[in-house]
Design a protein around this ligand. Sequence first.
Ligand SMILES: [Zn+2]
Length: 486
Amino acid sequence: MKYRLLVATSLLAITNLVHAQADVDRLVAAMLGDTPIVGDLQSLTDEVGGRVTGSPANEQAVEWALARFRQAEVPATREAFEMPFQWQERGVSASVSGDFNFSPDVVAKPFSAAADSLTGPLVDGGMGTEEDFARLGDAVDGAWVLIETAVLDDVVGLAGLFGEYSASAASEAIAADSGARGLVFMSSRTNNLLYRLPMLSGVDRLPLLVMEREEAQRAQRLLRNGHELALTATIDVDSGYAYESANVIGEIRGSERPEEVVVMGAHLDSHDLGTGALDNGSNVTMLIDIARQITRLGLEPKRTIRFALWNGEEQGLVGSWRYAQQHRDELDDHVMAASFDIGTGKILGFFTGGMDGLGPMVDEYLQPVAGLGPFTQINVPLVGTDNFDFMMEGIPNLIAAQADANYASNYHAASDTFDKVDVQQLKLNSAIAAALVWGFANDDERLPRWNREEVEALIESTDLEKQMRDFGVWEDWASGVRGRQP
Ligand SMILES: [Zn+2]
């Protein structure tokens, strides 16, 4: 009897396994087939356009996403939350005068202080380091300090991009009490391209500009050849008040363990200079398409899958933070939260956040799409996108590690538009992401949530504290406002 029961149990297990395999294969095939993903992305980028949080276009994007989920028959909700601080550039201009006169194109850095025809000597601030400011001495007083940057043209490993964030945060901290009138960062992109590189530390005390690289280099050469220049800048901003924004959460309810949740996230907001195609419209439409195909095929995941389209990401990962607050009671049952935020470059693997055991699970779940690999998991914690609050809450979290394609060169820039998208790779990525979520939603195994001591141990054993300080989120964690409570 016992033997027969064992056989029957094994047969049931095998039958379940075969069904599970058939489901993921059907889902992957559907993702690779003809779907509306490209039309969706054209619509979000060309019709809704740049959608910085707090703008009418962003509110339109929320309605757009709700409508897309509704059309796909995926239940979706608008989860409102408060954004702490409005900041929109209404207009900006700058002119160089003195020995020579020219009018370079500039943009304000997000959260820059306003300036009303503010004039001061333009001085060569080198790379904006402590030594550079010390060398300038009293010349900093009342001056616009021009700061050189390295060209950013590759995002793989994220060193260049995070290096730029880190260096500009350092320069701003040094300049804050130096008496400088403002900072002028040389654009890190060539061909006169401008972009918004946010200072995530909140409101800046100084006016902060990014100047087209070619004209910034011209000014730097003139200064180094002994000429005297001044800069006059006007930065008109709408800023300083709290307002309401919203995440859009599409949900496919679990058939066996509905209380257990797998989160697939991408941020819906973008900056305003381009139309947010690579960052991050492409991954928004990818998640909607996965939800659509699961529903269309009638597949039933064991766990609940939430397709989270975050808002306020560019202003400090605010939407995903608010989600973690609003869903605090459910976080013990959050099995995994993934972020997709590096455009349409090939998915090379996933950052597994320093959580042992997560990498092997990802390896296993990507087996059905092994032909689209190889995939390598990188077990380090990263700050910079919406996995952050899940990481600080001790929840297994992933970020898709992707090839640069042309992500870095168009990052937050006027050139981040639909034509930069690799449509074919986006389709392949959608199949990879679908296999991943299906694995997490159906595996009987799961990793436990970490307690605060375990999160602290991760911080102590990695460079996480430095990353958090660079992104201006360290104090939130240290003061207990953000992350796993003791
Ligand atoms: Zn992004």
